[in-house]
Design a protein around this ligand. Sequence first.
Ligand code: FAD
Length: 324
Amino acid sequence: MAHVVTLIELTRQGGIAASARGLLAAATSLGTPVAVVAAGTGVDGAVAAQLGLLGAAVLYQAVGPQADSVLTAPAVEALEAAVAAYAPVAVLTANSVDGREAAARLAVRVGGALLADAVSVRLDGERIIAGHSIFGGAYDVESAVEGGLPIITVRQGAIDGVESTGGGAVEIITAALAGTGPGARIDSVNDAATGATRPELRVAKTVVSGGRGLGSKENFALVEQLADALGAAVGASRAAVDAGYIDQHAQVGQTGVSVSPQLYIALGISGAIQHRAGMQTAKTIVAINKDADSPIFDVADFGIVGDVFTVVPQLLHALEARPV
Ligand code: FAD
């Protein structure tokens, strides 16, 4: 089977970024996945084994100190080397800041074509087709490359990961980074504080978002309470962010983050097109809004017309009463 090169991002602690699951599942549906990492001293055995379980047939690790001290360039170099070694039919990266940049740079280097923000990938004969949700989720379209290597950035959370129950053996290839490419040097890193133990918004399976309907920063705690009861990440509309109810990192939408969770709960959010652009590909959408004509109900699978301050406490009560 043809190879599919996949850029795996690592966390600062050396673990696999959550985007790896969906990427490797997408790569598996197209061919034989080659997981590419750029890592200072290489990844440890547990990480390699986990990549195998997620579907990687080959782990191609490009090692060198610059992987920890230079932005993006080492990942691009690693991808370029893997493309030369495996002649893949496609390259997949996460549609993250780093993934997008690596994909674009790689496209320039190898004369490939970039298909951005795919929510699905499939084979049509030998052709690779990427699906996209565009114009605020109003249209589902497909794209394909007419010439050159398809380099596809995949929206995080859009494609479900599949963990193998079998051995998941992975062949490990180690190459040295030459470090000749240009790249911004990392002088220091400050970890952004995240909400306690909540999952990361972009890759969370459940997201609870609040909008202007919450009315104040104090009331926004209701959104956080429901999120915690469900083990969910907290999101927000831009109006809620602009009003100072929550930090901008939580903004979902056109100028915020795009999410594709299994469950998206919108509380007091009207469903403006700019908000829908970031959440419409969620598998199940639940909306609670006191205005029955709110556009959020046009995209909701389940809608409750009601006051969030009446409905959400009842929901929390019901969740608490669940047998554990
Ligand atoms: P509103 O539209 O004011 O809606 C509040 C809702 O709460 C109403 O539907 C109301 O019925 C309901 N409500 C009020 N009280 C209650 C209650 N007690 N119980 C239940 N329901 C209640 N927006 C984003 O979200 N993300 C973006 O990335 C984004 N990018 C943008 C980019 C551009 C270029 C522009 C022009 C706009 C962008 N916006 C974005 C803003 C967007 O157009 C909307 O203004 C915004 O999404 C509205 O937020 P909201 O739904 O919280 O507020």
